[in-house]
Design a protein around this ligand. Structure first.
Ligand code: GDP
Length: 139
């Protein structure tokens, strides 16, 4: 299978608790190559734009506030089958339902504060990679 790319985010709850290094280590052990990385705090408008598909959901405002509450680590990851494999490493959205050993089971504390984000399909990966990184950064 050809290599594929996905957009990953280490969310403010994980960065704020000093977990970025441990999560990056598990990304490395999982066989992902880091193509691009950026650490910074998102504005609320950027978080809202990123999660625009969720704008009708009841938790949208809380989610945008949370995602702009502190620094995040934004990553372009590459591997064979990267989209599905990164979602497998993250685990289910709700940490209480995530499989043992997954990042969300290990480090997530609520359905919102679930420590990582990952694109869910090739079209969303293309949108999300382009939302944060320029073509030059993704060479
Ligand atoms: P994901 O693809 O597993 O990240 O899940 P979704 O696309 O359904 O949701 C996007 C993000 O919104 C999740 O990762 C959570 O941070 C947050 N979220 C999802 N469901 C809820 C909810 O019921 N309440 C709140 N407050 N946040 C939620």
């Amino acid at each position: 299978m050809a290599k594929e790319r996905t957009l990953a985010i280490i969310k403010p709850d994980a960065v704020g608790r000093g977990l970025a290094g441990e999560i990056l280590s598990q990304i490395h052990k999982g066989g992902f190559e880091i193509i691009a990385v950026e650490t910074r705090r998102l504005s609320k408008a950027e978080a809202e734009g990123f999660y625009a598909v969720h704008r009708e959901r009841p938790f949208f405002a809380d989610l945008a506030t949370f995602m702009s509450s502190g620094k995040v680590v934004i990553l372009a990851l590459e591997a064979e089958n990267a989209i599905a494999r990164w979602r497998e490493l993250m685990g289910a959205t709700d940490p209480a339902k995530a499989a043992p050993g997954t990042l969300r089971q290990q480090f997530g504390t609520s359905i919102q504060n679930n420590c990582t984000h990952g694109s869910d399909a090739p079209e969303t990966a293309a949108f999300e990679l382009g939302y944060f990184f320029s073509g030059r950064q993704l060479l």
